[in-house]
Design a protein around this ligand. Structure first.
Ligand code: BGC
Length: 794
């Protein structure tokens, strides 16, 4: 059965004879190769000689793979893209890339070749010990078309078909999690020479086409986004070198391999092991990687070469190198960071350098978790598109990065993973974890697409997703006709990783349902669906009553910091009750030694909720707290990324359990949303950045703060500075904006060109487009008035 595809109909999916067994046995090497590594697959080489016509005007290459591929013409890579075609829900959708290759071609015979590794398709993925790899299929294959146009108008096409040959190459293992092993001596001679015979190659086998949809790639390409020089190179034992890249990254190490010598003859192995941290004795800590071996091997040959294992990727800061001839110098080794080509559109800074480092760490962690899908972590044997984590960080991410194409593609994976009853999955692409999604995880299927639109994402992306969002809401309502979400909770993780302050699962689920109903109301309004606006706002109201009743009835899990903060921020109770909950939240935090207890979801709501209910001082105290538990506790201990758990490492205990202790997990980084939107006061309007109200919440602990966001109209900026008696605000707005002025004396605001608006409990100014400076009295005792609800906030 063949699926329609936009390549020439004669193009075929080709690979290697499935019965072929590679002759290479890694145990035959001169040094032990870890047993686990031998379950990795080699990368295949495929090639065909094509005739390039005279008078070529243009040429395009369209390719895709079940696996990950590198395409070459005449031995030269056609582009710098990594791990193409990226990761989609291959059960449902495989995407192809189109590249202009005109500049790569010269008339005459030329070799079109492909190197093909297992990648997400058949490599190790997830943490299921019963099924480590081959989640999408057993055998890799590739498809492609080279289309050339000549000056006389002719169109010539070459395709992948049974005229290709396939061979083993130098990449003996190429697994995303296990690592890569390369022995250049095994590259077939003359592989890129059209005239060279290939006695070791065999005809490629045409394989069954996938039943998945075959569509053009939407997601931004994965590329090398940065090349790092080590910050330290240390010999920790004879023959063992430790490289420190200075920051925790996702990517790989590129290493110069010197030519063979008497001490290190051709065939000797150099081992590279990767880790995020060090043990107390300075050796590499790898226990938290679980089954992800993250072990690369390069083989020494008679000539110098460069090892660049591009069919694998690791989450790491440190690399241990064993067996390197001589000393490793900074010129020999670099760290290659990989990630999607997405640009930075938002920034934040303030007078506290540790907070700035925290903010940098949040951004680094987000970028480290965008390889293939928005993942929980890039290092251990998991690396799945956990939707709850993505939801928790989404507003931070959407403020900071241009996510339009990335999310447009991911939302297709979210839809492809939706269960027939409307339930969204826990992970997208849906693989390994097949269950219906839990509250706050599945809900990302509604919340993230709406937030994306609110932060300026295209209407068409929301429109395409809206039917799936409605189906999910119907599923919740069918199962919970009383509007209390106590059924169909699936795995129900709750406020995951909270500190001994759990939230009642049904209450937590119902709070999320209310946020989803608010998001649906706003989405329906944005899409001009008047009937639906009514429908969703009615359910939003209906859900609030049983929530409030259960919350106020009290009992276990009904007074957690998380549920109080969610009730406040979601406006799940009436205003007087909201104020009371504010007082309770203050007490819950200060009564706990001014320490938070929230998990990966509650954290996002905590500082905003305190800020909005008269406890801005407590919010700042939590931000700036340095003892455990706090964000700065990790920063003070040298963290360069956000940890999965508050107690990832503790002075008194050491590392948390290696079974679940990633040091590169973004959810707890949602504090950056508060930095952008409260501290600096820059947040989107109802939709996008044209009609915004800047509302800064200055605190005595800082003397200045600033945030910027690029918008289609230009650069939007909010900055403040205080000397403890007055506050100076500087605002740039290409479209004009409102500014809610934090001041102790509303009558003494000094602002030219401003029109004073009301009503808002804060003094509200309307400013025309341009740059503005506003000065007003302010003192550290300032308590922000409660602010009006932001429509569409969820
Ligand atoms: C992941 C989390 C995820 C969770 C579900 C973990 O293994 O790393 O980030 O949300 O499972 O509870």
């Amino acid at each position: 059965m063949s699926s329609p595809h936009p390549l020439d109909p004669s193009a075929r999916w080709i690979g290697r004879d499935p019965l072929y067994v590679p002759e290479f046995d890694p145990r035959s090497g001169p040094q032990d190769t870890p047993m686990a590594l031998i379950s990795g697959e080699p990368a295949l080489l495929l090639r065909r000689v094509v005739e390039i016509p005279e008078q070529l005007v243009s040429a395009t290459l369209r390719m895709s793979a079940r696996g990950v591929y590198v395409a070459r013409l005449g031995g030269r890579r056609v582009d710098d893209v990594q791990l193409a075609p990226g990761w989609t829900d291959y059960h449902h959708r495989i995407t192809y890339r189109t590249v202009d290759v005109t500049a790569h071609l010269a008339p005459g015979p030329q070799v079109w070749s492909v190197e093909l590794g297992p990648g997400w398709f058949s490599g190790f993925l997830g943490m299921d010990a019963g099924r480590r790899a081959r989640h999408y299929g057993e055998h890799t294959s590739v498809i492609g078309e080279l289309e050339m146009r000549t000056a006389d108008g002719a169109v010539i096409r070459h395709v992948t078909d049974d005229g290709w040959v396939v061979s083993d190459g130098g990449t003996l293992h190429a697994d995303p999690m296990l690592g890569q092993m390369t022995d250049p001596r095994r590259e077939p001679a003359g592989w890129h020479d059209p005239a060279a015979d290939q006695p070791g190659a065999v005809p490629a086998v045409v394989t069954d086409p996938p039943s998945a949809r075959f569509e053009p790639q939407v997601a931004p390409d994965l590329v090398v986004t940065d090349v790092l020089t080590p910050t330290a190179i240390t010999t920790i034992a004879p023959g063992t070198t430790l490289i420190d890249l200075g920051v925790n990254i996702v990517g790989r190490v590129r290493l110069r391999i010197p030519a063979a010598s008497a001490a290190r003859p051709a065939g000797a192995h150099i081992h590279l092991r990767h880790g995020e941290a060090l043990n107390g004795d300075g050796t590499l800590y790898t226990e938290n990687l679980r089954a992800a071996l993250a072990h690369d091997i390069a083989v020494i040959t008679d000539t110098e070469w460069v090892f660049d294992p591009e069919f694998t990727f690791h989450g790491f800061r440190y690399v241990e190198i064993v067996g390197y001839p001589g000393t490793v110098t900074p010129d020999d080794v670099s760290g290659l960071v990989i990630g999607p080509r997405v640009s930075t559109v938002g920034s934040f800074s303030c007078s506290d350098q540790t907070v700035n480092t925290l903010h940098d760490n949040v951004l680094r962690t987000i970028r480290n978790n965008l390889v293939g899908a928005p993942t929980d972590c890039p290092q251990r044997d998991e690396r799945l598109g956990w939707m709850g984590d993505a939801s928790a960080i989404s507003a931070t991410m959407l403020f900071s990065l241009d996510m339009d194409d990335y999310l447009a593609s991911w939302f297709v994976d979210v839809r492809d993973g939706q269960h027939p009853n409307g339930a969204f999955p826990d992970v997208a692409p849906r693989v390994v974890v097949d269950a219906e999604g839990a509250p706050a995880w599945a809900d990302a299927g509604v919340l993230v697409p709406w937030r994306h639109h609110r932060y300026g994402g295209p209407r068409a992306t929301l429109e395409a997703h809206y039917p799936a969002m409605s189906a999910f809401m119907d599923h919740l309502e069918r199962n919970n006709p009383d509007h209390y979400r106590s059924r169909a909770l699936s795995r129900s993780y709750g406020d995951w990783l909270n500190l001994d302050d759990p939230t009642d699962k049904a209450l937590f689920a119902t709070a999320h349902w209310a946020l989803c109903a608010d998001a649906m109301t706003a989405a329906a309004r944005a899409l001009d669906r008047a009937d639906d606006v009514e429908r969703w706002s009615a359910s939003a109201a209906a859900i609030r009553d049983p929530f409030a009743e259960a919350l106020l009835a009290g009992g276990p899990g009904r007074g957690s910091q998380t549920v109080l903060a969610m009730a406040i921020m979601g406006r799940l109770v009436d205003d007087p009750t909201r104020a009371e909950l504010g007082a309770r939240l203050r007490e819950a935090v200060t009564g706990n030694g001014t320490a938070l207890t929230t998990g990966i979801h509650g954290t996002r709501f905590l500082l905003p909720a305190l800020s909005e209910t008269g406890s801005l001082d407590v919010a700042y105290a939590l931000l700036l707290r340095r003892d455990y538990p706090s964000w700065l506790y990790a920063v003070d201990r040298g963290a360069t990324t956000i940890w999965e758990r508050w107690d990832g490492w503790r002075e008194d205990v050491g590392f948390q359990t290696p079974f679940m202790n990633s040091l590169n997990h973004y959810a707890l980084g949602s504090v950056a949303e508060w930095l952008h939107e409260y501290v600096a006061g820059l947040r989107p309007g109802v939709i996008g950045w044209d009609d915004v109200t800047i509302r800064p919440y200055p605190g005595a602990a800082l003397t200045q703060a600033a945030a910027e966001r690029l918008s289609p109209a230009g650069r939007l900026a909010s900055a403040w500075r205080t000397d403890g008696e007055s506050i100076q605000l500087r605002v740039t707005s290409p479209a004009g904006c409102r500014v809610a002025v934090p001041t102790t004396e509303p009558d003494a605001i000094d602002a030219r060109h401003a029109r004073v608006l009301s009503p808002d409990p804060w003094p509200l100014l309307e400013l025309p487009a341009g740059d503005h400076e506003i000065v007003a009295p302010w003192s550290p005792g300032w308590v922000p008035p409660s602010a009006p609800a932001v429509p569409g906030w969820c």
